[in-house]
Design a protein around this ligand. Structure first.
Ligand code: CAA
Length: 258
């Protein structure tokens, strides 16, 4: 598929989606978010894909929602057209693992979109922040909810109220990203991680993602019960038989097609 604001590649079982509006530092507008939704849905359905990477450019993952596009919005425009909800949250419906690979700016909606990925690998050039308050709005794509859950209330309030930007090292220290790698190795490292994930049994990877996401929506007891049901369900998959037998037979498992 061809897109105006995305570059899409397939590397074996890994789909790589690049946000591509370089002149606006990948500011997120409707066309890009619609295309992103289409691309994600297509790869989620594609039986040959086991993991998806979402990335931007060397300079910017995304510098936020497109300010030029929204400067003249009124309250009634945003409410009537369901701004954000209408096309930003397709990524949350993706059932396969999605890795965010962040270089350069991930600000405002860019940081929020990154936080909707399952885990983040950051280039040492990455910069994260929620500067919305400086342009007279609250965050609108989940930062006030996802940031405190990811990094705790004090850090989240600090970033949200001061609008300060943090570097990759601080982002890793506070748990916003899982790994930091040299900028020129970002895509290689993301592909290596994605290939590792894609080599796992897909149905089980999807169950793990489902169970972790449940943790943010429910109580501990309910979440553990949910995990237990998925654990039991895993015994109904060929992956369990193959994985456990392979261990006992001292060979590598073959999860192809599982
Ligand atoms: N929207 C629209 N255009 C943007 C943009 C954005 N969020 N961020 C950058 N651009 C554009 C600039 O207007 C500029 O365009 P021109 O060349 O046509 O003038 C181009 O990208 C390059 O930007 P700068 O010249 O500003 O580049 P810089 O290197 O000096 O600064 C930056 C980089 C610090 C990221 C700065 O561009 C910046 O602060 N951007 C805005 C960040 C921001 O406020 N994001 C939050 C948006 S609101 C939001 O996201 C709401 C939400 O929660 C959903």
């Amino acid at each position: 598929m061809q897109y105006e604001d995305l570059i899409v590649e397939v590397h074996g079982k890994v789909a790589l989606i690049r946000l591509n509006r370089p002149k606006a530092l990948n500011a997120l507008n409707d066309r890009m978010m619609n295309e992103l939704g289409e691309a994600l849905a297509a790869f989620d359905k594609d039986a040959d894909i086991g993991c998806i990477i979402l990335t931007g450019s060397e300079k910017a993952f995304a510098a936020g929602a497109d300010i030029a596009a929204m400067v003249d919005y009124t309250y009634q425009d945003t409410y009537r057209d369901n701004y954000i909800t209408r096309n930003w949250e397709h990524i949350l419906k993706v059932r396969k693992p999605v890795i965010g690979a962040v270089a350069g700016y991930a600000l405002g909606g860019g940081c929020e979109l990154a936080m909707m990925c399952d885990f983040l690998i950051a280039a040492d050039s990455a910069k994260f922040g929620q500067p919305e308050i400086k342009i007279g709005v609250t965050p609108g794509a989940g930062a006030t909810q996802r940031l405190p859950r990811a990094i705790g209330k004090s850090k989240a309030m600090d970033l949200l109220l001061t609008a300060r930007t943090i570097d990759a090292a601080e982002a890793e220290r506070i748990g916003l990203v899982s790994r930091v790698v040299p900028a020129d190795k970002l895509i290689d490292e993301a592909l290596a991680a994605a290939n590792t994930v894609a080599a796992m049994p897909l149905s089980v990877a999807m169950m793990v993602k489902d169970a972790v996401n449940r943790a943010f929506e429910t109580t501990l007891t309910e979440g553990v019960n949910y995990e237990r049901r998925l654990f039991h369900a895993a015994f109904g998959t060929p992956a369990q038989r193959e994985g456990m037998k392979a261990f006992l037979e001292k060979r590598l498992p073959n999860f192809e097609g599982l």
